[in-house]
Design a protein around this ligand. Structure first.
Ligand code: BG6
Length: 488
């Protein structure tokens, strides 16, 4: 669908996200000829810069993040960019923005708030006060969307006073990843899986987002957040929703979001006892990643020496529905891990009886591995006969490599999601009630950690986290995927 002309306003326009992700994403869509010729990108920041000063910053900070720049195309792209100096919290400075935006109602307006969340309400109020919150406007909210249930509710309520729910795009960039949408295709574009997608046939589900990177230069934010708020409350729970939701009746935003909401509302609540048993938190210490020595979290630049912020979390979650009762969903994420990957592993149950001269225990239960990154693909483990005259079965793999299968160029998650905002397509964005339901489930964990004097368990950088995470799943007689992989 061709885009109508737009003014895209980036609050936090000189910030890290705009430079690393948003401008490169818009450049890529420009090269792909998705942007109308007169579409504009208005970057808003506090600095008193001229357009020229700002474009220099874009050259230095953003261009290095663009893959394969073409000089002529880059020059054309930067002509779309205008810098406007506004103090987001001071309404008297909004005049410059009013003057720079086009007034034609047919032009879509998007306000992308890549700012700290405490500014969301004020920016919306100010936009309204100066008459910029028009019917043709949309607002995009970047994470973190609050730091607990109360702050998330407050954001929803305050933004909701200015924009209607259908104008609000709460972004979770994991939903823009190609494989996440492929998971929808797999589940609802094939007849094969749905009958098996339930407690009778599935033993457990593992969802892992592991990063080799440490906290880098984001300590100011990260130390007040931690892995639970930074990754689990949003990305991991969104992936869980896509795996576990009931088939929506259509791909329309509210059908999909209703199904996801039902999953979030059906998550079994933790009690103080179940919390201690089902959650492991860790913090990395010095170690080696890819053979390179890396410091402990507490020795990273600006880290508080006694920080108790978790850089790893593993949780056993359960969903109280007929479909999923009794099926554990193990969610895990961490920084400075042994590998950088994101994957979903759906493990099926063991066969009930072996007709072969092999004990049932020698059969690897079938599993479906959905890989989001670093490569995008899907593999299904099956038992197959080995060649020769004896009837011996061994594990074999059916492999679908999305890059091999479909050679079309890939879109980064932000490219996809920005296009969706500009098209007015809300399916891959969280609704306000989903956001609150996710915080509602996570909040008892946060409260418990706050009141508890224990600290995260240390783990060496370059490992799969604390041994307690293996024990968490081991208690159920299971293993994390990397622990169960056959040795070469
Ligand atoms: C962000 C987190 O939302 O996701 C970061 O704030 C994290 O801490 C990042 O590194 C991971 O995203 P991706 O797409 O690189 O897996």
């Amino acid at each position: 669908m061709a885009l109508t002309d737009f003014d895209l306003v980036l609050f936090g326009g000189s910030g890290d996200l705009a430079m690393r992700k948003l401008l490169p994403a818009m450049y890529a869509r420009d090269v792909a000829k998705d942007l109308p010729p007169t579409a504009r990108i208005i970057c808003v920041g506090r600095h008193d810069w001229s357009n020229q000063d700002f474009l220099q910053t874009v050259e230095q900070m953003s261009r290095p993040h663009v893959k394969g720049v073409d000089e002529a195309q880059w020059a054309r792209f930067t002509q779309r960019i205008e810098y406007v100096s506004v103090n987001a919290s001071d309404v008297s400075t909004y005049g410059a923005l009013v003057a720079s935006l086009r007034t034609d109602e047919a032009i879509t307006r998007v306000y992308y708030l890549a700012t700290p969340p405490h500014l969301f309400a004020q920016i919306c109020d100010n936009l309204k006060a100066v008459g910029l919150a028009t019917a043709n406007s949309r607002v995009v909210l970047e994470k973190p969307l609050g730091r607990d249930l109360a702050s998330a509710k407050q954001i929803n309520a305050e933004v909701g006073k200015v924009f209607s729910e259908s104008q609000i795009y709460r972004i979770d960039h994991y939903l823009g990843k190609e494989t996440v949408q492929n998971l929808l295709a797999l589940r609802f574009g094939n007849i094969l899986f749905e009958p098996l997608w339930r407690r009778e046939w599935i033993s457990d589900v593992q969802i892992t987002i592991a990063e080799k990177l440490g906290v880098g230069n984001r300590m100011g934010y990260y130390d007040t957040s931690g892995a639970l708020r930074d990754m689990l409350q949003n990305h991991l729970l969104q992936l869980l929703c896509i795996v576990a939701m009931e088939p929506p009746s259509s791909i329309n935003p509210d059908d999909v979001r209703d199904s996801k909401l039902q999953v979030l509302r059906s998550l079994k609540r933790f009690t103080p006892t179940t919390l201690a048993q089902n959650i492991v938190r860790g913090q990395y210490r010095a170690g080696h990643v890819d053979g390179k020595a890396v410091p402990s979290y507490r020795d990273e630049p600006d880290a508080p020496q006694q920080s108790r912020t978790e850089t790893f979390v593993a949780i056993k979650a359960e969903i109280d529905t007929w479909r999923w009762a009794g099926v554990p969903f193990y969610l895990r994420t961490g920084k400075r891990m042994a590998d950088g990957l994101a994957e979903i592993v759906v493990r099926f149950k063991q066969i009930p009886h072996s007709i072969f001269n092999q004990p049932t225990s020698s059969f690897q239960p079938n599993s479906l591995v959905i890989r989001l990154q670093p490569d995008e693909g899907l593999s299904m483990n099956l038992m197959a006969k080995t060649p020769g005259d004896s009837m011996r079965l061994k594990q074999a793999e059916l492999e679908l490599d999305f890059r091999e299968q479909f050679k079309a160029p890939r879109m980064d998650a932000y490219e996809r999601l920005l296009l969706d905002v500009l098209r007015g397509q809300l399916t891959l964005f969280m609704r306000g009630d989903e956001l609150e339901a996710a915080w509602e489930w996570v909040e008892p964990i946060l409260n418990h950690w706050e009141q508890d004097d224990s600290a995260p368990i240390p783990y060496s950088a370059g490992t799969w986290g604390p041994a307690a995470a293996s024990a968490l799943i081991g208690r159920d007689g299971l293993q994390w995927r990397e622990e169960a992989l056959p040795e070469d």
